[in-house]
Design a protein around this ligand. Structure first.
Ligand code: G3I
Length: 420
């Protein structure tokens, strides 16, 4: 524990006591979310005589410090290891949340547009290009000196239906879809130029067993569509590093297929520079060994690794309840959304340890890992509040709904400062 942290802790006001040896934040900042995901109030006050008992039962487990953005920075702490990035939402880039924007500027040195560069955002109607979101994002990132990780050129989600349709309901030909992809990339290259340092060329093409997903891209162009996309991207974005991006890269089948694809591309002169391993981790899976093995497999194949969309999901798995309406099923809601008011101390401690353990693996592999990007600025901004079930309260990031740093943030900074 550093003296600076103690000094900062002592500045904390009123409702929140603070401990370092047992990092149990005794806050009860547990109101319900407003539209921004930010908590509107500090929530129910804890009885001042019995805070310890309360904290063991239900601790928001999150805020540990008054946050002074000038005091500590993740990006600075890890400057000798890798870049620290963040997904920036449309609202933040366009100036609708100054506090979150200041946090991004203070903590991160690489930015990914969460949705602004996706096909749907840029060319929702054929031939009608709308760069307003992309421009706002780029202006934001550049004004804060952040590198830009473009996301994403080829994906089967957030792409309008017309891309895969032929006039008159006919089947679109391979040549026609490749021409559409060519035109889309050409427009992006003309408009964005060299302002994008990394491009996710293809996103989420493989299943966990290492087979190609059955997507319109694959069906219409054929199994070489990934290669075709990289060839086009290499032509249009010669200055950018070209990335294949996917989740669950710790699954041996997917990991091996992607590593084999990299080796094959390199052997045949198809440029690929990096693998984006999304890093949508659960609190208890995958294993650290699997994370390490995946990084090593890609490093050995000859590319850098970007941990491109990191978060740590603390909620019970719910994929079998996708689309469930929690508002009409109290029992299901209690099971799947158990931390509506706050996070139990035991869970927040496990999450803190998980963040620390994962970053330790990344630092051990810093010769290969070029960046670690968090998928969202704070818990209130996370997609995991609405997936796979809408309307849950998750705690997957390093800043809480009030944009206060968590114990995990402190632990990561201290680990970086202590490392040689
Ligand atoms: O654009 C519409 C807007 O017009 C409408 O008013 C609003 C109402 O809900 O919805 C808006 O679209 C939303 C879009 O984000 C932009 O905000 C979609 O409903 C919503 O589903 C979409 O979610 C995004 C999701 O990708 C789509 O699959 C998340 O923000 C984004 O975090 C998430 O990111 C993906 C990565 O791109 C790829 N890897 C997985 C990751 C998490 O799913």
């Amino acid at each position: 524990m550093s003296a600076d942290f103690v000094a900062l802790a002592s500045k904390r006001q009123g409702f929140c006591l603070f401990r370092w040896v047992l990092p149990l934040a005794l806050c009860a900042a547990c109101g319900s979310d407003d539209g921004s995901g930010r908590r509107p109030s500090l929530g129910p006050a804890l009885p001042s005589t019995d805070v310890e008992t309360e904290s063991l039962a239900c601790d928001d487990g999150l805020a540990v410090l008054d946050f002074d953005a000038t005091e500590r920075s993740l990006a600075e702490a890890y400057a000798d290891d890798f870049k620290i990035g963040v997904a920036v939402s449309r609202g933040i880039a366009s100036g609708r949340d100054d506090a979150a924007a200041a946090l991004v500027a203070a903590q991160y040195n690489r930015a990914t547009p969460e949705n602004a560069f996706k096909w749907q955002s840029i060319q929702n109607v054929e031939g009608e290009f709308d760069f307003s979101q992309a421009d706002a994002f780029l202006d934001f990132a550049e004004s804060h000196g952040m590198e830009v990780h473009g996301h994403t050129l080829v994906w089967h989600q957030q792409v309008p239906g017309w891309v895969f349709e032929a006039p008159g309901g006919q089947t679109l030909t391979r040549e026609a879809l490749l021409a559409r992809l060519d035109a889309h990339m050409a427009a992006l290259a003309t408009h964005l130029g060299a302002r994008v340092q990394y491009w996710d060329v293809v996103n989420e093409a493989f299943n966990d067993q290492g087979q190609l997903n059955d997507t319109p891209w694959r069906r219409i162009i054929g199994p070489d569509y990934i290669e075709q996309a990289f060839l086009l991207a290499g032509r249009y974005f010669p200055q950018a590093k070209l990335v294949y991006n996917d989740f669950s890269m710790e699954q041996p089948g997917k990991r091996d297929a992607v590593a084999q694809m990299v080796r094959d591309f390199k052997a045949r002169g198809v440029r690929i520079d990096a693998i984006g391993s999304q890093g949508h981790f659960r609190i208890d899976a995958p294993s650290l060994d699997a994370v390490a093995q995946s990084i090593e497999a890609f490093g050995e194949a000859g590319v850098e690794v970007l941990i491109s969309e990191m978060d740590v999901d603390v909620l019970p798995p719910a994929s079998d309840s996708q689309g469930a309406d929690l508002s009409v099923n109290a029992a299901l809601s209690a099971r799947l959304n158990p931390y509506v008011d706050c996070l139990p101390a035991a869970v927040s401690e496990r999450a803190t340890a998980r963040w620390a353990d994962l970053f330790e693996v990344f630092v051990q592999h810093r010769e290969t890992v070029a960046s670690v990007t968090l998928w969202g600025v704070s818990d209130g901004y996370s997609w995991l509040n609405n997936w796979p079930v809408n309307g849950r309260t998750n705690y997957p990031l390093l800043f809480d709904r009030e944009l206060r740093p968590k114990v995990a943030w402190q632990r990561l900074i201290e680990a970086a400062e202590a490392s040689p």
